[in-house]
Ligand binder design. Structure first.
Ligand SMILES: [Zn+2]
Length: 315
C-alpha cells in the first residue's frame, strides 16, 4: 500500500484546524515520517498511524514547525518498544538542534543518524536535493526503480510457467525467450517532498516526474513580496513547479495562518499554473493515495491481467 497521511498543514503557527507540519508516507513495508512538527504524536493517533509503523524520519530543515515533534514521536516509539531500526535523515548543519531534540527524548530505540550535506542518495531509492531557504534545507525524492510487467498471455504462448518465470525474471533470458518478449516496461513510482524554499533548481529536480508531489504553498500571489523576503513559494509557484516537472498529483500544504481555514484561493492559483495536474489543498488527516502508475505508451494495448515483477504498489 502506498499512501500519504497528512498529519499537519500549518506553517509557523498552528490554527484551530491546522496542526504544525507532519506527513506520513506508507510505502509498502516502509513508513516514512516527514517533518514532524509539534503535536505530531497526537495527530498520529487521530490518523490511526502507529508509532511502530515508522521506519524512517526525514527532516527538511530544523525550523521548529518541521522538527519540534521529534522528541515526542521518538519517546512514544521507545514507550511502545519499537524493535526495528529507525533511520533519521537531516541536514548536517542542523546537528546541534537535532542533538538537543534527541537529548530530551526517551532513549531505547535503535535510532540511526544520517546527516547529509549535499545532493545525492541518502538511502536505497531515496535522494535529497538542496533547497533555497534561510537555513540549510533539503527536499526528498523517493524513487522506485523502473521494472517490467509480465504478460501472462505471452508467457503462455512462449511455454513458460512455474519456476521458469522466476528464472526468466532473474536472468533476463530463458532459452530463446528474452524478458522483453513477454513483458512491457513499468515505470517506477516517484514521490517528492519539497518544503520551505524559494524557486530553485533543486526543487525542479525533485518535482521531475513525480507521481505525488507535496510542496509548501505558504503564500498567495498577493503576498509574493513576503514569499520573496522569507524564501517561500507562492501557490502559483508551487503550481509551476508541478507543471515543469510533469507531476501528476500536487499536494499543497504549509499554509500561512493568515488565510484561515479556506485555502481554496491558493489551490486555484496553483491549478491555474498547472493545468492537467490534480491539485489538492491538503487538510489535516487527509489520506491521499499515490496515483496509479504511469502507463507507458507501449502498455496501452497490453492486457489488464499483467503481473507485476516487484511489489505491485497501487497498480
Ligand atoms: Zn516551515
Amino acid at each position: 500500500m502506498r499512501e500519504l497521511v497528512v498529519l499537519g498543514t500549518a506553517s509557523q503557527v498552528p490554527t484551530r484546524t491546522r496542526n504544525h507540519n507532519g506527513y506520513f508516507l506508507r510505502w509498502d513495508g516502509e513508513g516514512l515520517l516527514f517533518d514532524p512538527g509539534e503535536g505530531t504524536q497526537r495527530q498520529m493517533i487521530h490518523a490511526g498511524v502507529a508509532a511502530g509503523h515508522i521506519t524512517r524520519i526525514c527532516l527538511t530543515h530544523v525550523h521548529g514547525d518541521h522538527c519540534y515533534g521529534l522528541p515526542g514521536v521518538l519517546s512514544r516509539m521507545a514507550l511502545d518498544g519499537v524493535p526495528h531500526p529507525v533511520h533519521l535523515h537531516y541536514p548536517a548543519s542542523g546537528d546541534p538542534v537535532v542533538q538537543a531534540l534527541l537529548a530530551v527524548g526517551s532513549p531505547g530505540i535503535d535510532l540511526r543518524l544520517h546527516p547529509h550535506s549535499g545532493a545525492g542518495p541518502v538511502a536505497d531509492c531515496l535522494e535529497v536535493r538542496p533547497l533555497r531557504h534561510r537555513i540549510e534545507t533539503y527536499g526528498y525524492q523517493l524513487r522506485e526503480p523502473d521494472g517490467r510487467t509480465l504478460l501472462p498471455e505471452r508467457l503462455q504462448a512462449a511455454g513458460i510457467g512455474g519456476p521458469d518465470v522466476g528464472r526468466l525474471q532473474r536472468d533476463g533470458v530463458l532459452g530463446a525467450v528474452r524478458l522483453e518478449d513477454v513483458s512491457v516496461p513499468r515505470p517506477g513510482q516517484r514521490f517528492a517532498f519539497i518544503m520551505d524554499t524559494a524557486p530553485c533548481t533543486g526543487a525542479e529536480d525533485l518535482a521531475d516526474g513525480a507521481d505525488l508531489l507535496v510542496t509548501e504553498s505558504t503564500f498567495s500571489a498577493d503576498d509574493d513580496a513576503l514569499a520573496r523576503q522569507y524564501l517561500h513559494l507562492t501557490a502559483g509557484q508551487a503550481g509551476e513547479l508541478a507543471a515543469s516537472g510533469s507531476a501528476r498529483t500536487l499536494v499543497l500544504t504549509h499554509f500561512s495562518a493568515r488565510y484561515g481555514d479556506d485555502v481554496s484561493v491558493l489551490a486555484q492559483q496553483a491549478q491555474a499554473r498547472a493545468p492537467g495536474v490534480t491539485v489538492i489543498a491538503a487538510n489535516d488527516l487527509d489520506r491521499i493515495p499515490v496515483p496509479r502508475r504511469r502507463q507507458p505508451a507501449a502498455e496501452a494495448a497490453a492486457p489488464t491481467t499483467a503481473i507485476g515483477l516487484n511489489h505491485d504498489g497501487s497498480s
